[in-house]
Design a protein around this ligand. Structure first.
Ligand code: SAH
Length: 234
């Protein structure tokens, strides 16, 4: 069958026998060796063990979630600029937060701080139903586009302020916050299901990653390790 590939702006559309198919995702082999090495050296070597998380990190094409001129560095052990003064987190941090959240298939997950959309894609790989809120319109628009073209079109990206959560879709099984508030946002605790879990960095200059569990008797919290995220806008 003859197929023709047309590029319309940044959207790739495959036209086969006159029918426009969904945009083609990145071939899994692209940067596969770099991804494999990233997982082995940065993630497994630092103690992340959940095989589902490791597999998700091997699959999501991180280089597609960063600006073109950063793609060559996408698998390095550090955050990278994504425009609008924001960054995509270091791969290890994404893996650690995902493992701490303990995502199961079909669970409903809220992410605050879509950024590039990369963390949201990792959550989607684990079978979660993801809603992600981003306050910078340009980033929300771009993340939506990347997620769609990489096959994660089921992730719902919402432009807005995550301090208030997403009451319409609550309660959530899991909430991940990828910008740092100075204290745990009350609305997010309310929107967590009993039995649910939230992973978030908290603090101003001195930030710690926290895991918060909502039990029938109240909220239990523990701290994981110090981190450095951009501040969460109020
Ligand atoms: N998870 C992202 C990285 C997050 S960077 C990724 O995988 O690429 C933090 C993001 O949080 C930034 O894009 C920033 O604009 C956004 N942000 C900060 N405060 C916010 C708020 N109150 N509501 C929603 N998004 C917010």
């Amino acid at each position: 069958m003859r197929s023709r590939r047309r590029v319309l702006g940044a959207v790739h559309i495959v036209v086969t026998a006159g029918i426009a198919l969904a945009a083609e995702a990145t071939p899994p082999t692209e940067f596969a060796a770099e991804r494999e090495e990233m997982v082995a050296r940065q993630i497994e070597a630092r103690g992340i063990r959940d095989p589902r998380v490791l597999e998700a990190m091997r699959r999501v094409p991180r280089h597609r979630f960063v600006p073109d001129d950063e793609a060559a560095y996408a698998y390095e052990d550090r955050p990278l600029p994504i425009g609008s003064g924001q960054t995509i987190s270091q791969p290890y941090i994404v893996a650690a937060m995902t493992e701490a959240a303990g995502i199961g298939p079909g669970e409903s997950v809220l992410e605050i701080g879509t950024g590039s959309g990369y963390q949201a894609a990792v959550l989607a790989e684990l079978g979660a139903r993801v809603h992600s809120i981003e306050i910078v319109p340009e980033l929300a628009r771009r993340a939506r586009k990347t997620l769609e073209s990489e096959g994660y079109g089921r992730v719902v990206v919402i432009e807005g302020n995550g301090w208030l959560g997403l009451p319409d879709k609550a309660p959530f099984d899991r909430i991940l916050v990828t910008a740092a508030p100075d204290r745990v946002p009350e609305a997010l605790v309310e929107q967590l299901r009993v039995g649910g879990r939230m992973v978030l960095p908290v603090g101003e200059n001195d930030q710690w990653l926290r895991v918060l569990e909502k039990t029938p008797d109240g909220v239990r919290e523990r701290e994981l390790f110090p981190v450095r995220f951009v501040p969460m806008v109020k």
